[in-house]
Structures are given as C-alpha cells and as structure tokens.
Design a protein around this ligand. Structure first.
Ligand SMILES: Nc1ncnc2c1ncn2[C@@H]1O[C@H](COP(=O)(O)OP(=O)(O)O)[C@@H](O)[C@H]1O
Ligand SMILES: [Mg+2]
Length: 275
C-alpha cells in the first residue's frame, strides 16, 4: 500500500504507512552466464516477506547478500525466478523504495537538508510538505542542528542518519539497507540502530536489512535469514519473537542473547567461525 504525504490546516499529516509484500520466488544469480567464467553467486532462494515485516540477512562476505538486495531493488536481473511486489512481478527498478548503503553517498555540495530533499527534487514533487517531513525526521533523528550543514561538517554517525532520512523521506513502502552501519563505531552504531527501530515501528515499511552484525540482526528483526558462504544460499531462518522496543544493550535480555548464540552456532557449523 502506498503512503502519502499531505498538508492540511494542521500542517503535515502522514497517512498510515504499511509496507508491501515481497515474494522472492526461486531467484538465483549466475554472473558471467554464457561465458567460460560462469559463477553462481546466489543459489535459488525463496523468501516471502509480509507487508511491514523487518527481515535481516546475515552472512559472511561474498555470500551473495548484495546480489540478493540488488535483485529485489530491480537493479540487477536474476538468472532465474521472480520477485513479486504485492503480487505483481517486478520488471524494472522498484520505485516506491528507500535505499541506504554502507557509504552514505551524500552529495558534498548540498546541505544535509538539501541532500534529503533530493529524491523529491528528482521526482519534481512539491517541496513544502517534504521540507516539513524532513524537519520532522531530523528532529526524530537528533539532526536538527545539522539541517544547514554540509556533509563534511558532520560526524560519521550524523551523515549516516542523514542518509537514513533521505531513504525514508518519501515514506517508501520498502526500505532496502545494505550494511548501512558498517562504517560506524560501535556506540554510534547502537544509537543509529535504535533510531531505525523507532522509525520502523511508527512507519512500518517492509525492510530487507543486510548486515554482518548478528546482534544488529537480532535486535531489529522479525526474522533473520542466515546465509552460508559462497555459493550463497539461505540455510536457516529464525523468527525473533520478542517485543519492541528492544534494549540498546541486548545482553540485558537473555532471550536476545540466546537468539544471537543460535546464529553464531550456525556460523560455527558452517565453518565461518572457528572456535
Ligand atoms: N558483477 C559481478 N560479476 C562477477 N562476480 C560478481 C559480481 N558481483 C559480485 N560478484 C561475486 O559474487 C559473489 C557475491 O557477491 P556479493 O553479492 O557482493 O556478496 P556479499 O554482499 O555477501 O559480500 C562474490 O563472490 C562476488 O565476488
Ligand atoms: Mg555486500
């Protein structure tokens, strides 16, 4: 279901946001198909993500996580299989989507606010309600002071939060994140994770979140997909059946620590971790 940003007498009103269903149906990816160097980066994968679900993918480098995300974004063609978004086959780039990568990819010559407005500028949307939405997001993300600053004037954590605001500014029904906090120090990372949790709880987009961090996946997700090393495939699915918001220090909740342990056990069994 699409969400809308409208202005009324009371200023900005946000329609209830609800993500879309994403059915990943038997997709795989063979790079270099038809050449002597064909290489299956992703084995046939099937995942049904319900509207508004938060799904994380954890796995070692090179197991095909980014490949999976690019296919879901409609930016890379699968070798086999289909992706259905609310029952419709995806045949080009997903439009109603926010994307965040490890690199914040902000433009250095635009202020934080102007970076966040960019998706609206590109789509020629009326900017007044989007400015209001940006103001609200900045307030929620502790970025108000950053509004008129340039990326090089901001800390790494702030830049990544601006990038998160840009991904969310048009209230997309899908949020795709590829190791978005990978470049942050541990404490900042925990804070931004908490910010993302808060935003997801109110806006409920469907999220596909790629991370190397087991704790991050457990802290944020409804479901965690565990991938095996190359050739990549999902070998385990864990439902994280715990209330939100979840504590910043996950160790406070034995149940969260128990989920993390189960995932580490899988990686030990797969030979990703030696102990
Ligand atoms: N365009 C490409 N051409 C050939 N091989 C690729 C290409 N992109 C990625 N790969 C290979 O596919 C595998 C999976 O890559 P990727 O999806 O980036 O993994 P991850 O994100 O889990 O680190 C890796 O072995 C990588 O080297
Ligand atoms: Mg990757």
């Amino acid at each position: 279901m699409r969400s809308t940003v409208t202005t009324g007498n009371s200023g900005l009103r946000l329609a209830a946001t609800r993500g879309v269903r994403i059915e990943i149906d038997g997709i795989n990816k063979v790079y270099g198909e038809g050449t002597g160097y064909a290489f299956e980066a992703l084995r046939p994968t099937t995942v049904d993500i319900r509207p508004g679900e938060f799904v994380s993918v954890v796995g070692p480098s090179g197991c095909g996580k980014s490949t999976l995300m690019l296919i879901v974004a409609g930016l890379l063609r699968a070798s086999q299989g289909t992706v259905l978004v609310d029952d419709k086959p995806l045949s080009g780039p997903l439009i109603d989507v926010g994307i965040a990568f490890q690199d914040h990819l902000l433009l250095d010559f635009r202020t934080a606010e102007d970076n966040v407005l960019l998706p609206a500028v590109i789509r020629r949307l009326p900017l007044a309600p989007i400015r209001e939405r940006t103001r609200e997001l900045f307030e929620r993300l502790g970025l108000t002071k950053a509004t008129n600053r340039y990326p090089h004037e901001l800390s790494g954590g702030m830049r990544q939060r601006v990038s998160l605001a840009r991904a969310l500014v048009l209230q997309p029904s899908v949020l795709l994140m590829d190791e978005p906090f990978g470049a942050l120090d541990a404490l900042t990372r925990v804070q931004v994770r908490h910010d993302l949790e808060q935003l997801w709880m109110t806006e409920q987009p469907t999220v596909l979140f790629i991370t190397h961090s087991v704790e991050e996946a457990v802290g944020l997700s409804d479901r965690v997909l565990v991938m095996a090393p190359s050739p990549g495939q999902v070998v385990e699915e864990l439902r994280i059946d715990l209330p939100r918001p979840r504590p910043v220090a996950l160790g406070e909740k034995p149940a969260l620590a128990a989920y993390s342990k189960r995932i580490y056990d899988h990686f030990a069994r797969l030979g990703v971790i030696r102990r």
